[in-house]
Design a protein around this ligand. Structure first.
Ligand SMILES: [Zn+2]
Length: 129
């Protein structure tokens, strides 16, 4: 598998954190439940470690129903740097871990893994068709 862990091949790997451009050190995780497919209801979590991210995923699963710690999954999304735009910019700048449980999604495919045009609300994949 190449490219981004979110499954969208057009998310190219980049090295913003490695290069030290991301001073806050927050990585991007996708939080979801093992019982649901990631596409059906996933949140974006900005956290320093997977362990930290999982606490948000767990809280989310409890919100959605009878989520258990063991059902709460996170997946590191490396190379999806455009998702930093969806973060709370102040918390991002301060390096505070947080979750975006209603990410902006494409109005066509309803996914958030790809860069979305803020005006049309259509992702790069759908706008090319
Ligand atoms: Zn789309």
């Amino acid at each position: 598998m190449s490219g981004c862990a979110c499954g969208f091949n057009s998310c190219l790997p980049s090295n913003l954190i490695k290069e030290g451009k991301m001073k806050h050190g927050l990585k991007i995780y996708m939080g979801y439940s093992y019982f649901d497919s990631p596409e059906s209801g996933a949140a974006i979590i900005f956290a320093h470690t997977a362990k930290e991210a999982k606490q948000f995923s767990f809280a989310l699963n409890q919100d959605w129903g009878d989520g258990e710690w063991t059902d709460s999954a996170v997946r590191l999304l490396s190379g999806c740097d455009h998702l930093y735009e969806q973060a709370d910019q102040k918390m991002l700048a301060d390096g505070i871990a947080h979750m975006v449980d209603h990410p902006v999604v494409c109005s066509v495919c309803e996914l958030w893994g790809l860069p979305i045009d803020p005006k049309t609300r259509i992702c790069v994949n759908c706008s090319e068709e």
